[in-house]
Design a protein around this ligand. Sequence first.
Ligand SMILES: *[C@@H]1O[C@H](CO)[C@@H](O)[C@H](O)[C@H]1NC(C)=O
Ligand SMILES: *[C@@H]1O[C@H](CO)[C@@H](O)[C@H](O)[C@H]1NC(C)=O
Ligand SMILES: *[C@@H]1O[C@H](CO)[C@@H](O)[C@H](O)[C@H]1NC(C)=O
Ligand SMILES: *[C@@H]1O[C@H](CO)[C@@H](O)[C@H](O)[C@H]1NC(C)=O
Length: 324
Amino acid sequence: MNALLLFALVSAASAFYLSEQDEFHFKSWMAQQNKVYSLKEYYERLQIFTENKRRIDKHNEGNHSFTMGLNQFSDMTFSEFRKSFLWSEPQNCSATRGNYLSSNGPYPDSIDWRNKGNYVTDVKNQGGCGSCWTFSTTGCLESVTAITHGKLVPLSEQQLVDCAQDFNNHGCNGGLPSQAFEYIMYSKGLMAETDYPYTAIEGVCKYDPKAAIAYVREVMNITAYDEMGMVDAVATRNPVSFAFEVTPDFMHYHQGVYTSTKCDNTTDKVNHAVLAVGYGKDNGSPYWIVKNSWSSDWGINGYFLIERGKNMCGLAACSSFPVL
Ligand SMILES: *[C@@H]1O[C@H](CO)[C@@H](O)[C@H](O)[C@H]1NC(C)=O
Ligand SMILES: *[C@@H]1O[C@H](CO)[C@@H](O)[C@H](O)[C@H]1NC(C)=O
Ligand SMILES: *[C@@H]1O[C@H](CO)[C@@H](O)[C@H](O)[C@H]1NC(C)=O
Ligand SMILES: *[C@@H]1O[C@H](CO)[C@@H](O)[C@H](O)[C@H]1NC(C)=O
């Protein structure tokens, strides 16, 4: 079929006006992302991309604490995105009473573990697998191990994807850092990334305890919704794993302090786990500094800032970290 004719049909069917300029933006984005589509898919993705871009442009014209931008997800609908990158069902995230005891401060106004030494590994990429919980877990254990023993070694997410099911974890369909720390504690270790590399697919467990290089002696759960407990742990101890609810606008986050009125603040809605590596204040607005696992091309070199102090998107619902 003639491409122009198809274009007209697609446009007419959806009553969605696509200009030459929309197509120009889409083509530059495709080139930048090395994307190739079949003809049919091209027009589907062009439409989704254009809807996303309009949403982004509209947001950026407003007065918001964060901006949105095009990224590797710009040709996906939120429901496609959710299927590939977020938990498909609620996890058992509810340490109603945690075992972590906070001190009473005082706490520094800001802290960033990335600047305190060689304590945080490079941002990784979970790919199309809902394994964020494994990246939050390795990120935290990598940092705690480096702070304790002075050696920063990337750890294996794949071991957690393949082997941690007995602790209510579900590979590419979700899990919780607290449950992953429990698994590491009982299985007596986690292997290095290089010895058990990431494939983004659930496979047979190949854990070899003799090759373990990181250990957990105790799991610290911070009491649900005790955001000051998270501040205490990050200020006085190490980075902390937490989960929150991702809603459509977060997919397009570019930079600034993320805040939302669309997300929920309860344990059953959280759908993505990440790692708090610090916190600070911007013109009096407090925020967390967070390491994500969507590659360094997303957000602020793979990181994002999110409003602190209001349990934004349920971020204080289930936070935890390991003790060696
Ligand atoms: C933008 O929002 C900030 C914070 O809500 C407010 O202080 C500022 O006055 C607003 N600026 C404009 C131009 O509306
Ligand atoms: C939550 O915990 C219960 C009881 O241990 C378990 O049966 C269930 O599978 C868990 N749910 C998830 C999503 O892991
Ligand atoms: C911490 O959380 C994990 C998983 O959510 C749970 O199995 C464990 O019992 C909790 N630990 C404590 C000490 O409460
Ligand atoms: C969730 O938000 C509601 C409405 O703003 C608020 O009343 C409630 O205290 C919040 N719950 C938690 C656990 O933060």
